[in-house]
Design a protein around this ligand. Structure first.
Ligand code: SF4
Length: 66
């Protein structure tokens, strides 16, 4: 089972919550929009907390079977 985060760039307002909650996995890019840099560097729990904490619902965390 893998946890894969996705971010809808159209919904992101650059609040930065996810950057702090999933440190190392998500950063703000040059446009101030969240982007996945390394989805494996945060735990599934951290990614799910980032998903829940996003004020615009821009983050989706998928559980994928391998
Ligand atoms: S928490 Fe949501 S709105 Fe804030 S930077 Fe992350 S994706 Fe964007």
């Amino acid at each position: 089972m893998s946890t894969i985060p996705e971010i809808d760039r159209e919904l992101c307002i650059g609040s930065g919550n996810c950057v702090h909650l999933a440190r190392g996995a998500i950063e703000l890019d040059d446009e101030g929009v969240a982007t996945i840099v390394d989805g494996t560097s945060a735990t599934p729990a951290q990614l799910q907390q980032a998903e829940r904490s996003c004020p615009t619902g821009a983050i989706s965390v998928l559980e994928v079977d391998h």
